[in-house]
Design a protein. Structure first.
Length: 204
């Protein structure tokens, strides 16, 4: 099983949607980064600047290769809410000056808290899904899938024409344009999908 993320995939308003073709920024995370069942998060010792990013997570239900826009959504069987944690200081070191990979900044143990998955049939329109996150009781991020620059179908087409997507693979679709911030010891992060609490992460 692999986790595929996408960077910078949301606008704050539809008026900001870019014109023309956009090439999505893709990265991968190991399955060992998953933090399930509302387990507590232990921040990595090698970073002093870990940030949270709430995201919709889509699970692939069957092998997908060279999908088309017409059939792309048929390969998704469930939706969850995830927190794509990023060690910003490590990411900066990777980017500058050598433009290196994001693996250490995105792939450490516990870097992907994730909720249970809900059947995609529970959602009438994947282009209109509300989600949000609170930190210590204060709403910090709020998004809707209509504000995605690269839609879910387009993302599946793009990725599956490069690498085969297998049953159980997870696509993280990007975080809202505003609200991501630093995680601190003692924080409590709650994620909501269509108003339903999906994950509860306490930071050690």
């Amino acid at each position: 099983m692999k986790i595929i993320g996408i960077g910078k995939n949301y606008v704050s308003d539809l008026s900001e949607m870019p014109k023309g073709k956009v090439i999505p920024l893709i990265f991968t995370k190991p399955d060992s980064s998953l933090l399930e069942n509302n387990a507590d998060l232990e921040l990595p010792a090698f970073s002093d600047d870990v940030w949270y990013e709430v995201e919709l997570a889509f699970r692939i239900g069957k092998t997908c290769k060279n999908a088309t826009l017409e059939d792309a959504l048929l390969f998704v069987d469930a939706i969850a809410l995830a927190n794509d944690l990023t060690a910003k200081d490590v990411l900066k070191q990777s980017r500058e000056p050598n433009k290196g990979p994001w693996a250490l900044a995105k792939g450490f143990d516990g870097a992907t808290p994730i909720s249970k998955f809900l059947p995609i049939s529970d959602f009438s329109d994947v282009k209109n899904i509300n989600f949000s996150m609170t930190v210590n009781g204060i709403e910090t991020q709020k998004g809707n899938s209509s504000l995605m620059i690269t839609t879910l179908a387009e993302l599946i087409v793009y990725v599956s024409n490069v690498m085969t997507l297998n049953s159980g693979d997870i696509l993280l679709s990007g975080t809202p344009a505003l609200g991501a911030d630093k995680v601190n010891s003692g924080d409590e992060m709650l994620g909501y999908l269509e108003g339903e609490k999906m994950f509860h992460t306490k930071v050690k």
